[in-house]
Design a binder for this molecule. Structure first.
Ligand code: 5GP
Ligand code: ZN
Length: 141
């Protein structure tokens, strides 16, 4: 574990957190600077930076916890919906380089935006370019 990783220090118990869920490979706790009441971070206990770095079994553990926790968080704060998202890599806005999913409760008329609002200028892509991208993605797995 990198000594300076805040989330590794939370896993180790060296930094306190408001824990809402824990199993062998996953920990979830309230975000210290919440975007909404109930804003929860779901992390792997082992240090990985991005989704692509995760071993498959850990990825499944992480998604399973998100699956269980998302409705629990919504119910706890009486939310109407939620955004569940990862900042995946520095250029996407990831500030803590230890993988974490955000569960952000959403409320009617909360003034927030959909996930589409996170990206920059929209590209103009031809049908051929879309075909090429789709082929590159399906060929790279
Ligand atoms: P990122 O931008 O990396 O996706 O989000 C990092 C999140 O971690 C931010 O929402 C921030 O408020 C939260 N955070 C940073 N440091 C701490 C901490 O020490 N404790 C908790 N509970 N949350 C933290
Ligand atoms: Zn870490």
């Amino acid at each position: 574990m990198p000594n300076d990783c805040i989330f590794c220090q939370i896993v180790a118990g060296d930094i306190p957190s408001k824990t809402v869920y824990e199993d062998d490979s996953v920990l979830a706790f309230l975000d210290v600077n919440p975007l909404a009441p109930g804003h929860t971070l779901v992390i792997t206990k082992d240090h990985y930076e991005t989704l692509g770095d995760l071993p498959e079994d850990t990825a499944m553990d992480l998604f399973s916890a998100l699956h269980e926790l998302t409705p629990a968080v919504e119910t706890a704060v009486d939310a109407d919906a939620s955004n569940v998202a990862f900042n995946n890599g520095e250029a996407s806005g990831q500030e803590v380089p230890h993988i974490h999913g955000h569960i952000i409760p959403r409320f009617e008329d909360d003034g927030g935006k959909p996930i589409h609002a996170v990206a920059g200028d929209r590209p103009e892509l031809s049908d051929d370019e879309l075909d090429e991208i789709a082929a590159d993605i399906s060929g790279s797995q």
